[in-house]
Ligand binder design. Structure first.
Ligand code: CA
Ligand code: CA
Length: 90
């Protein structure tokens, strides 16, 4: 019982207040970055997400966006977004 309560509180802490920015970045959710919920992450949404969560500056965010937009339609779909985040960890 005690252990269960500990696990539950740890999970709650993780979901509400990540220990550091990198954890947030690694657990990046497309739906979180897509703040207007239109199914795409545009350049400003991408920058707004990765700058605080992944520690990139504005220039780096824009470069990462550009190289990750594979079909060059100006927005990232879920796959392109995920690949962009993966690039930060390889
Ligand atoms: Ca969007
Ligand atoms: Ca695209």
């Amino acid at each position: 019982m005690k252990r269960l309560a500990f696990v539950a509180s740890a999970a709650a802490a993780l979901s509400s207040a990540p220990a550091n920015a990198q954890n947030t970045c690694e657990a990046a959710a497309f739906s979180e970055a897509d703040t207007n919920g239109n199914g795409w992450v545009d350049q400003s949404e991408f920058a707004a997400f990765v700058m605080p969560n992944c520690g990139l500056d504005f220039g780096e965010a824009n470069v990462l966006f550009a190289v990750s937009d594979n079909d060059m339609n100006g927005v990232l779909d879920a796959v392109e977004f995920w690949r962009a985040i993966q690039r930060l960890f390889v």
